[in-house]
Structure formats: C-alpha cells, structure tokens
Write a protein that binds this ligand. Sequence first.
Ligand code: SF4
Length: 474
Amino acid sequence: MCYVGKELNEECAVFGIWGHANAAKLTYYGLHSMQHRGQEGAGIAVTDGKHIYDHKGLGLVNDVFDHEKLENLSKGYAAIGHVRYSTQGGNSYANVQPLVFRSQKDSLSIAHNGNLVNAHKLKGELEERGSIFQTTSDTEVIAHLIKRDYADSFMESLKHALSVIKGAYALTMLTEHQLIAALDPNGLRPLSLGRLGDAWVVASETCAFDLIGATYVRDVNPGEIVMINNEGMRSEFFTNHTQPAICSMEYIYFSRPDSNIQGINVHAARKNLGKMLAQEAPVEADVVTGVPDSSISAAIGYAEATGIPYELGMIKNRYVGRTFIQPSQELREQGVKMKLSPVRAIIKGKRVVMVDDSIVRGTTSRRIVNMMREAGATEVHVRISSPPITHPCFYGIDTSTSSELIAATHSVEEIRKEIGADSLVYLSVDGLMKAIGRDPALKNCGQCLACFTGKYPTEIYPDTVLPHEKELLV
Ligand code: SF4
C-alpha cells in the first residue's frame, strides 16, 4: 500500500484483548501491525478491574508509545487500542481514540472503525437533551447514547445505542469489568476474534493475530455484540435485520495482504482480481508492473494469467516521513515523486502494463504514467483492479465528493486521455465479485459496492457528513 500519493485513506483500526498479563504490550504490537490503517494518532486504554488507565497521542504507534508509557499501562490485564487516520482538519488530540468517559459509577472506553451516517442528527438531538461534546468524532455520539440511557442494564443501553446509530461501526469497548466487540448490521468493516492461550483477542485485521501469536477463531458477525469477561465469552445480537455488505475496498486496497477477511486471504483475492482483469482486458506488452505496495498482488495475477513477465518496474521509498501524509492536494502531488521511482533498466524500451488498484482524482495515475514514459516506456497500458469509483463513501473512507471523483464526471476514454495512457481498462463489477468468490447473480452478494454502483447498503441521511467534513460537526 502506497500511503503517500494515494488518494484513498482508511480511517482506523481497532484492537482488544481480555485476560493477559501483558495486555498493553500486546495491544501495542497489534496496533503496530495495523499501522497502515491509520498513521496520525494511536491510543491504548487498559483496566485492572478497578480503574481504566489510558495513553494516547498524535503520530505513529512508535511515536506515541515507548517503554515507559507501556510500563505505566502494565497493571492492566485487558486493553483496547486504536490507530487513526484523520481526514481534513480533524487531526486534533481530542479526537484520538480510545475515547474514555469516566463517571462516579464506572468508566467506558471506546474505539471505533467506520463512520456513522446519522451522527449529525443524533448529535443535535443529544445536545438538545443536555449532552456536551468534547470532540468532533462521531464515536462520542455512541458513548453519549450508551451513557445517557444507562440505567440498570449496560447491555440494554448498549443494544439501544447500537440500534439507533446507522452506518459503519466496528467497535471495541472496555469497562472495568468487560471487553465488548460489536459490528454494524452490514458488517461494513472487518472484525475478527481470536485466542491467545486463555486470553481473547479482537482485531480489525487478522495480521494482528499473527504478530502476537494468537489463533483466529472466527469473524464477528454483522449485528453481533461479543462480551468477554472473567466468566468467558458470550454473544448476543442487537438486531435481526442484518444484511452482510463488507467493504469491497478492504480486499482491493486497504487490508494487509497477509490478512484474511471472512476466510479469504487478501493477497489471494488481489491476485484473482489481476487474473480476472487479464481475462477482461488482455493487451500485447513486454512487462507487467504494479504500483507498490497494494497493487503488486494484482499485477502478479495479471502476469500469471497473460504469461507476460512480472517485473519490479517501480520502487517505493519506504523512508518518506509521515509529514507528507497530508490530505492537501499540493502535498499529495509532491508525494508521488517523493515516494515512487521507476526502475529505468526494466522500463526502458518496453511496452508496459501498469496495474493499479484504483483511480480517485486521477492526479496520481497521471504522474505515474508520466514517470513511466520519462523512464523510457514505449507504451503504458493502465489496468485498474477495481471498477470506476463514481460515488463517495460515507462509511469511513476518505473519498471525495462526487465532483472530485474523476470517474463520476469523465468517461473511461476521457480518463485515459487525462492520465496520458495508451489504453485504460477497469475491472467490471461482476469481475470483482467473481474474483472475491461471490456470485454476481445474487441480489445480496455480501459486499458493499456503493462507491462503484451508488447503491448504499444503509439509508443515507440528508445531513450525512462525509468523513473529511467531520469538523463541521463542531
Ligand atoms: S462505499 Fe466503497 S469504500 Fe465505502 S464501504 Fe462501500 S465499498 Fe467500501
């Protein structure tokens, strides 16, 4: 995954562990393995059964935590953690999670991956009833709903809150006495459950389990609440109205290739995307290359299916600091040059197939095609391992408004001219489904395809706030 210069950004990853003496350290490692999902803030909250302690800050996991900070959290035998990607203007300390709410009665810590579509409406209603918000994060709406209606039964209050909020939410929550994981009725974001000895672990991606030596048990189901405490694990559903629609972009771009989502390995899925693309859009060429890192698996698949050799046509500079991971267009454009270099010896005099996972605004693709030509490519054929992104995402991905999405306003031929490619073909929606092992003929295929089709799996409210507009919630 190429953070710098890419035009899509995930917002977060969550982690949770119950029943381990090294809960904070394991959470640190878990977050570290999911750093690709958010680089601008990180936090950990732990419980020792009496109190919740936390530490969080702006920056990478390694910047926020050192040995001493982790030692200060070492009294906890359970923890939750979060890494965050903040969209435009939202990179304030107050928004870094887990959010912790303390009261005389008890405390609640909450970490959220996703984006609510009715947060603005709910926030207004809560404010009218006297709630005072300290952050611009929609996650605080969830906490207020839980705490406000929390009379005798935490579970009833939680169920009520989860049935009121709409949109995407994969949550880990921690009280003094239990760890809770919950997933929205569409299961838009991945959330998996694992074991580490007697301890329970929850994570946005299974790569976190591999790093800490945990064993994958199963995915959390849409509409499910998983509660873990010293008595063990139990599960309840807060709604019967579930309709699985996991984000297709998790397979195409966001998740790490070594993660499995719903039993499908991400690298294998991406290779299939490349193979399907080769079937749909073959071309005569000398080499196939992929834009590092997220497109390499698809490029290998394309090469395997066509018999054209795969080559390392581009190198990513891994030492560009996060200073350049900024949402401004100007820095994005500079970022491409900082981040990617062509391998001239491979490219020069060749007809190149350049596989990329997506085109958002087109700026990055144009610069990469240019770079290939400057390096001596005689032809550049661009193959995209996803369908055209024509609609914005309301579920926690930093896609732009429709007007900024090049495929919303341009035909494929117009985009080809704009990016300067000799040919341009996108994968079809059916091809995407087949590559992930879904049946395209099914009405409910289990995938969210909304950014390609405009068919959103949830209601979209008139005042739905795009992720990058969250500051407007103030
Ligand atoms: S709209 Fe696109 S990016 Fe957003 S959740 Fe659906 S598939 Fe994923």
